[in-house]
Design a binder for this molecule. Sequence first.
Ligand SMILES: [Zn+2]
Length: 110
Amino acid sequence: MGLKYNTYLDGTKIYGCYKCHAHLADHDEILSRNFRGQHGKAYLFNSVVNINTSEQSERNMTTGRHVVRDITCRGCGEVVGWKYDKAYEPSEKYKEGKFILEAELLMVVT
Ligand SMILES: [Zn+2]
């Protein structure tokens, strides 16, 4: 611990953690809004900042088997979404290395 969030984004629309307002992602990095998370609507992002990733785990989702990692906000430790490390279905491969952030846990900070 001790490492606080330190990356500031300067796009026109930035999503931050609803709890501690740490910058998490640029609106321009959204690849898809058609995802569902634990809390409802979720977005697929090309890149995110100020997060830590947890251990890999295998999950069966409606779109097939995936290897994912939970991602937590570096500012407050809240789980804000997950990262796709591997997708087994060829049609889902585009998600590999990409990030899901839960809309419910985000706020627009700019
Ligand atoms: Zn936070």
